[in-house]
Design a protein around this ligand. Sequence first.
Ligand SMILES: Nc1ncnc2c1ncn2[C@@H]1O[C@H](COP(=O)(O)OP(=O)(O)OP(=O)(O)O)[C@@H](O)[C@H]1O
Length: 741
Amino acid sequence: MSSDDQLSLNIHTGACSTARRKPLSGQERWLLKKQKAEKRKLGSEVSAETTSFKHKKTDAMASPSKTTPTPTTPREAPPTKTPKKQKKREGGGQGRGDKRGREAGEKTGHEGGFIKTSSLFNHNPDIPDLDRPVVSEVKEKVFTSDSFSNLDLHPHLVATLDKVLGVSTMTSVQKQTIPALMSGRDAVVRSQTGSGKTLSYGVPIVQSLQAVQPKIKRADGPLALILVPTRELAQQSFQVFQNLVKPFTWIVPGVLMGGEKRKAEKARLRKGINILVSTPGRLVDHINHTLNMVFSSVQWLVLDEADRILDMGFEKDLTVILNSLNSTGPARQNVLLSATLTQDLTRLADLCLKDPVSIQVSDPASSEVATSTSSSTQPASQSESFSVPEALKQHVVLVPSKLRLVCLASFIMDKCKFSQGNKMIVFMASCEAVEFLLTLFKSVLCGPSAKHKPLNLLRLHGNMKQEERTEVYEEFSASKSGILLCTDVAARGLDLPQVTWIVQYNPPVSTAEYVHRVGRTARIGAKGNSLLFLTPAETAYIDELANHKISLSEMKLYDILYTLMQDDAYKGRGKYHSKTSSSALQQEVRERATVLQTEFENVVHADKETVQAAKKALQSFLRSYTAYPTALKHIFHIRSLHLGHAAKSFGLRDAPQSLSNATGPGAKRGGKHNKLEDKAEMKLKMKMREASLLTSEFSSGLDGLNLQNTEKKTKEAVSFGTGPTEQRGDQLDIMDSLNRD
Ligand SMILES: Nc1ncnc2c1ncn2[C@@H]1O[C@H](COP(=O)(O)OP(=O)(O)OP(=O)(O)O)[C@@H](O)[C@H]1O
């Protein structure tokens, strides 16, 4: 155990202090929880003073790094251990103590319960002062004043848009895209998240299909094929089509997606589906195994979230689908859409689409619809600049690893327990982390409270059963408040109403993913907020985002932790009262954060299973850290992580033995590398290398360097044109083993 972690804050633990030396039965645990809840209730009723603290917040608390030095971080206070005398003094305070008491005798032998707590505020890296880079953000106008009725649409379609979907005026992307598609052109469309891209292809598809004479029949099979990267998005797009075809009852929309029963899907395919929405993997499955999968009538192909679908994980599936379409189908219109289509993808589209229109709402030049994709004349930096909604307020908080867990918990309580009307999505790096933190937060943060509504915590990730995924998606979609912990499975395309906060607890692997994650809020002109968690060592990521024209403002760690002053359940020594100095207030905030962290750790260490779950979550976090692309390795490198500190952010008291060897220069176990992680990293690196080789082959026809040798191959691999093409072969098998939802 590290000396850092052995420091003790002595808090009197009360009557329960010796009650839990041996593991408790479920019923005993429940009883203790109940007692604790009672205490909390009492605390919050008794202490009226804390409710007014927020108003009395001092400047020192608001911006500790810019004011009087405080003993918060090493820069603010040298990393000295708490003097013994002080420790003793701290021991006189009151604490919550029931669980903590169990440790009293074990750790220190003090009678009456000195407990071991985390030393959260020592030996942390400095939090640097941020020089916010100057960024001129890319602006997009969401709405126009033009009505759908100005377009040459079937009157029933206009009425359905108005009455069923509640839309009458077009957004900018719709105004530009719908006429272009109705004129028969292929299109590449980029506009910000939540700007109405679904209707910009949905409306022209339905308009064209309802006009087909003689009327289309179910037996004609798919006439439009819409590919989307996730199941939830498939459901959502399918619902939009269900609404749009309401007046045209002879047109049948359908959805295929992983996790559903194949047999039922086969039966529906046999009956006939005219507008088919699918995830690529499930469609390939049906292409390979379903006799009724006939593509001979397909007139429309849409790749929604095209950059995601065209990227490595989906490439093989897409190749199979395109080859299948090209071998049988007539000429068709192709549409690629995303909020983050990069220059490279646009150029790939140049090769594969037939004379496509390029629509970029943020580009003033494209307000006149361009008739060619000559966007390669734009400077490269411009092509990588993404537009985010104007009403989105983006924040970043710099948090040392050890404090991440209490910081997230405080933030959640601030927005969803102590304030009302917030609905939050928290993005995390892995399914295991989502599962683990859900259980931990439910156990520690969701206890009954007299004053506050219980937190409504949900989770969504790729390892859940489909029925549960659907249930959660629908529940969160319908609720006015709540917190959804999730992986990137929820990052793309989901239109979840009234989300007010997006938290990125783990930074995304690319700027594009950043844009999609924050795009789950501030949709269609609404207001929204986002918060990105970075450790001090990851500060350079702010510049990385600025290079893509994304600007963040800083939120101070102490401002977030200050939330704990609103709940006396986390009371420290109890010596603080509103008239004492600001440094006493800061000390109280630190103590409360320590109480909360200690409670997390006690819950984690209460039994072997929770410790195992925490280790698994930690391990998955470490693994995810190796997955950042080479271009970001200077910011996110596994070797710069401190294993012990990272462990704390999963409620573990120490770096686990099984991952015990150091993972970075700051680690404390003799500087040896963690073999497990090294192995995982090596494996991943090999995969990435192979993948990048394949990608470079895939894209080499685009950069003009190896044009002669590879252009043919590239065209064959992903050709959106008509006519049969050769199978690309099995080179892309490696992609299967890369993660995807
Ligand atoms: N013309 C319109 N007027 C008002 N609301 C609209 C209009 N068009 C679409 N919407 C609504 O805007 C929301 C966002 O639309 P949509 O999901 O298509 O956005 P998107 O651009 O595809 O977002 P993302 O890039 O995140 O996938 C939906 O709730 C949709 O009903």
